[in-house]
Each structure stands twice: as C-alpha cells, then as structure tokens.
Ligand binder design. Structure first.
Ligand code: SAH
Length: 651
C-alpha cells in the first residue's frame, strides 16, 4: 500500500492500526495481509503451540540451496563485532537459505579483535574505533558524499582510483628539504587519533616522497589547501563503499556491551540504568540504526538485560525499534539447543522495517541439560518447545563430542599452529573441521587459504604455584580443590581445613589450598580448580581462563582448556583463526555469540529476506538436514514435567 492510499484510509477511520502487539511474546509485527484493517480482537494473543509456524510454509523440508551464482546478496554491518562470530554465523546460515549475506563493515574498539576479524574476512572494512565515533563519522561521510556529489560524478566518470605510482608527473621531482606536500589521503576517522584532546574529523595523509610509515593524521581543517585530495578520497571511498550510507545497509547486527548490569557488579544504577555510562552503548547502537535505517536489525545481549531493573534496558531497546516504525521480536535462545556442549542463554531482538517480513526464531535442534533462570515477565520469549509438544531433537552434546580429537598439549604451548595428528571422531568434529568452502563461507572469495592445520590450541599458561596445584587435582569426574590434601567437607557442604595437621605448602612456600578457594561462595563452591569431564556440558564459556573461580581444567590433562577448545564449545569453525596475545584470544572467544546460534538466526533472516515466512507465529522449525549430522539420533515425545530439552524454570 502506498503512503497516500494509507493516509486516505486512515482519514476515513476513527481508529486505525496496522501493527499487532503480542505482550507475551514481546512482538510488534505487521498485521497479516489477510486480516487487512483489523477490528482489534486479534491484536493481542498469547503464545500457544500454534505459535510454531510449521503448517504454511513447511520450512522443515530438507534444505535445497540455490547455486551460488543465483544468490541475492545483502550487505551486513557488524557493530561491536569482536572477532566476528555473530556475523560469521549469520552469513553461514543465510547462505543455506539462499542469500549471500556479506559482512561489508565491522566496528570494534579492541584492536586484537579487529585483527582477527580482518584475518578471517579480508574484504570487510574493519573499523577499529568506538561506535560513538563511528556514528559521527558516517554522518560526516554522508555530508562529504553529498558535497562532492559522488553519486553523480561516479556514474558519469570512468576514472579508476589513482594510486601513488600513477602520480608520475611529480614522482621523481626532489622536494626542498623540510617541505611537506600531500600526496593523497589514505584513511578517515572521527575522534582524537593523536590523543591531543581535539575531537573531530581527521584524514590520514600520505606525504609525497615519504613512506607509509610516516603517514600522519591531520584535521580536516588543516587540509584546506588540498580540496582535490579530499574529493578524490571521497569519490574512491564511495565507489569502494568504505563506509555505509543511510539506506544502503541491509542488515545491522551487534551486541552492544552493557557492563552496568553485570551480575557481579554490586553498584548498579537500578533506578535509571541509562544514566550508567557503561550502558550507553545500547543508545549508540539504536542511534546508528536510526541513522542508517537498515532493512533488518539483530541485537544480542546477556539475559540480564531482561532481568535488571525489571527489564528496563530490554524494554528500552524494543521501544526504540518500535518508535522508529520497525517491527520487533524478542527471543531468548540457549546455545546448547543448537548443537553445542554449552548451555549459554542469551537475549536476541529482531527488528524489521514495515516493508519487509519479520524473522521468526528457530526452534531447538538439540536436547540440552537444563540450567539457569528465565525472567518471569519474558517467559514466553524463550525459544523452546512447549512441555507437552511433539519434538524431534538430537541428543545433547557433551564435552567429549567437541574436543576428544585434539592433540595432547602441556601447560606451556608456545605454538599457535600445529598438526591435528588424528582424524575426527564425532559428527561434531567432522563438521567443525570442514574448510571454508564446504561450510559455505564466502568471506575469502574464490581464494582458499591454507587449511588443515590446527590453530590456537594453546592453554593460558598457569604460574608455577597453580600448575603445581592442578597436577594434584585427581583425574576423575567432579574433581576440584576439595580433593587436595588438608581440605575436608563439613556441615552444610561447606569446606574446612582438616584440624590438627600442618598446612600443606607448595615448593614456593605458598599454601597448597589458597584461601580464596576456601571462602568462595561461603565455602560451598565446587568451582575452584574444578575439572570438566567428558560427559558434561559447560555452563557458559567466559572471557577468562584462570581456574580460580570456574571449572575449566581439561578432564585428563593438567591444564586449562585451550583457546581452540573454548572456540569449539562456542561453535567456531576450526579454520577461524584468532590473533593477539593469548588472554585477548580467550576474550574474543568468550565474548562471542555462539556460531551455531547465529547460523540458525541467519537462516531465519534469509527466509524472511526472501519473503518465505507467513503467519504471525514467533517460532519455526529448521529444516531436517539443517544440522550437519547424517542421522537423527532421537525422536521423543516429551512427557509432562521435567524434560532435558526444556529450560522452563522461572524466577
Ligand atoms: N558480537 C561479537 C562479540 C561482541 S562483545 C561476536 O559475536 O564475536 C562486545 C564487543 O564490544 C567487544 O569486542 C568490545 O571490544 C566492544 N566494545 C566495547 N565498547 C565499545 C565501544 N564503545 N565501541 C565499539 N566497540 C566496543
């Protein structure tokens, strides 16, 4: 319907709406077309088993993706990208649905995370800067593009970007000593790149007769003598899409950090969460969406966003989208439900322009061991089967499924590249070791980089004291610091030192059992120096690898899980290499959206993009062969009550 036609209809009506709101599912969506101008009674409906959209479009038929050449492409901007797990997964999933989603731009503050992203996605414009500066930059960029009328000049001229070598007429002419002449501009940013307290628009200048190592950042005002250089830079930049312009981005995804709501932080601004500087990124994220107006938005966050201050921040995000006339749909997904031995529950929020189809959430493919609490007010946003509903789920994965093929390594492992030594033992291992091409990862174009090597199989090296402690933790299921000499378990499952024996000490003279382990969680914790076991699932992979307050020791080796083992638990393909110091690599992996979750969401995005969803149900079933497993292992009808597949506990 055109806007004109719409306003005509509205004019004649006393009451008009064309979006439905489901309070229970936190969903704002276009009215289904067949309802037309509704009377209101259908507007709010609670979720029921009918919310699973399997009848109309039957997406659970097996996948048949079109040949690559026929695929539509779509441009993705990954904000707060980290090393790029979320966008990687989205692109993998979209490819299976028949859309070539390409990460054109990524933004992150962390230099190492940016290096990892660039390494794995060489064609992405990776911007290592604050998102708030990125927003100012794209505004400036739009102004520059308009000023130089790039749209027109590019289509009229067939100029190719000029490189320094083409600049022959000046090339060999000597410059007077002490003379600086701008050869060309090589980069642009907004902020304070020279850390001089001068915030604004800057260009990186390549000086004539100087090396790239002597490039400097110059304020735009200082380049008034070189307007042609600016024009040339903007024209080339426009042609190469170095920055997104309003209306040119198809999808924005991102996980704006909200450190002000962390469960560990006791001084939280619960009255006015947005006053906390550390929650401001939610506002910045939505401001960028508002400026660029992509067709689709996908935001990820910790579930605390729906718990803290009665879900204030989650409601804020949803209402910002609605205020911008987006359709919106909230969902909580458990990573383990998509084929990982890790629980990890996260909140997601879809946004879609009114002119496109709003994506649904993909139902679980795997069973999972129940953990964690779902905030009561958002209970119906949990992406799960109803208790008494028929479902077909693969068996829950366990640690051994994910890592049992990885070579044995010591506490100190300096090499970040090694050989696998043995073949994959499980379906999961077979899949995770696929190369880029077989996984349908287009980020390297036609080039297939060298693969078949194992990257980042390195543990955080424990110091001498901790290493000595870890060697004394027995190799058995459930072992932890409680098994160390001198500790016993007293009343109420609380640890205490065995009385009347001398304190056992390490070779350094430090106590074998550190006091923080004895007092952690008032002496009730099983976590310090805890060993994982082959048949277990991990609660949540976090950004730190120290064994002091989490269970992270390898089942049979005296070390913490390696970066690659953590990456496997997060579903990163083995070809995805991480860069930076070891601790930074753990941070990138721990921060990531589990790749299989993003992949399932990417598939949903692709279906919506092609208009293949119908009905107002929130959930849909993935195709039977979506998960890369040859055979279905289990078909079950859940019995009422506790089933491993459900995460229905509420606060
Ligand atoms: N979605 C990512 C993980 C994001 S974690 C993935 O799936 O891999 C959040 C990221 O936000 C971190 O990498 C952190 O460096 C980045 N960050 C924090 N504050 C930022 C800011 N102001 N601007 C840009 N990035 C920021």
């Amino acid at each position: 319907m055109t806007l004109e036609a719409k306003s005509k209809i509205i004019e004649e009506s006393d009451f008009y709406y064309d979006m439905s709101y489901s309070l229970a599912c936190s969903t704002f969506a276009n009215m289904p077309a067949d309802i037309g101008i509704a009377t209101g009674s259908e507007a709010t409906s609670d979720i029921s088993s009918d919310d699973v959209d399997s009848s109309k479009e039957k997406p659970n038929d097996d996948l048949v993706s079109p040949p690559d050449a026929q695929m539509k492409t779509a441009a993705l901007l990954d904000l707060y990208s980290g090393c790029g797990a979320m966008s990687t997964g989205l692109c993998l999933g979209a490819a299976l649905s028949g859309i070539k989603l390409i990460t054109r731009w990524a933004v992150d503050l962390n230099t190492h995370a940016c290096s990892s992203l660039k390494h794995n996605h060489p064609f992405t414009q990776v911007r290592n800067e604050k998102a708030e500066n990125f927003l100012s930059l794209i505004r400036e960029w739009n102004t520059l593009c308009k000023k130089f009328d790039v749209h027109k000049s590019i289509s009229l001229s067939s100029d190719l970007p000029r490189t320094s070598n083409e600049n022959e007429e000046y090339g060999n002419e000597p410059l007077l000593k002490g003379t600086f002449e701008v050869e060309r501009l090589v980069d642009i940013c907004y902020g304070d790149p020279n850390s001089m307290g001068k915030v604004g628009l800057w260009f990186k200048v390549r000086w004539r007769t100087f090396d790239p190592s002597e490039d400097t950042w110059e304020p735009v005002g200082g380049l008034s003598d070189s307007p042609d250089c600016i024009k040339e830079f903007v024209q080339n930049g426009y042609r190469e899409s170095i920055l997104p312009l309003p209306g040119c981005v198809d999808v924005i995804c991102g996980g704006p950090p909200c450190q002000g709501i962390s469960g560990f932080n006791r001084f939280r601004e619960s009255e006015a969460p947005l006053n906390d500087e550390r929650n401001k990124q939610l506002v910045v994220f939505m401001d960028i969406v508002n400026y660029l107006r992509p067709k689709y938005v996908l935001m990820e966050n910790v579930v605390d966003i729906l718990k803290f201050a009665d879900g204030f921040l989650g409601r804020y995000a949803l209402s910002r989208l609605v205020a911008m006339s987006y359709q919106a749909r909230l969902g909580m997904m458990v990573a383990g439900c998509y084929g990982l031995p890790q629980f990890r529950m996260r909140a997601f929020l879809w946004g879609a322009l009114p002119s496109v189809v709003l994506p649904k959430y993909p139902l679980p493919t795997h069973d999972v061991v129940k953990r964690g609490l779902v905030p009561r007010a958002f209970m119906h946003c949990l992406v799960a089967y109803k208790e008494n509903e028929y479902r077909h789920l693969e068996k829950a994965l366990v640690l051994g499924d994910a890592i049992s093929d990885l070579p044995k390594v010591g506490n100190h492992q300096p090499n970040d590249v090694m050989e696998y030594s043995i073949k994959p033992k499980t379906e999961f291992q077979h899949y995770i070791r696929l190369n880029r091409q077989d996984m349908k990862d287009y980020s390297h174009g036609d080039v297939t980089p060298k693969e078949g090597q194992l990257f980042d199989h390195q543990p955080l090296q424990l110091n001498r004291d901790d290493y000595e402690r870890v060697q004394k933790i027995p190799i058995k299921k459930g072992a932890n610091f409680r098994d160390l000499k001198g500790v016993r378990v007293g009343k109420n499952n609380t640890v205490e030192f065995v009385p009347d024996i001398p304190q056992v000490v390490l070779s350094s003279g430090k106590p074998l059992v550190p006091s923080y382990a004895m007092t952690f969680n008032k002496g009730k914790s099983l976590k310090p120096f805890g060993r994982l076991w082959w048949d277990e699932t991990v609660a949540t992979v976090v950004t730190r690898a120290e064994p002091h307050n989490q269970i992270i020791l390898h089942p049979t080796q005296h070390r913490v899980l390696t970066i690659r083992e953590n990456a496997r638990l997060q579903g990163f393909p083995d070809y995805y290499r991480l860069l930076g110091p070891i601790k930074e690599k753990y941070i990138q992996v721990g921060n990531a959206v589990a790749v299989p979750v993003a992949r399932a969401l990417g598939y949903s995005l692709g279906l919506a993009y092609q208009g293949k969803f119908h009905g107002d149900q929130s959930l849909f079933k993935l195709p039977g062969n979506f998960i890369p497993i040859d055979h279905a292992t289990e078909t079950r009808v859940a019995s009422l009550g506790a089933s491993k597949g459900e995460v229905v506990e509420t606060e």
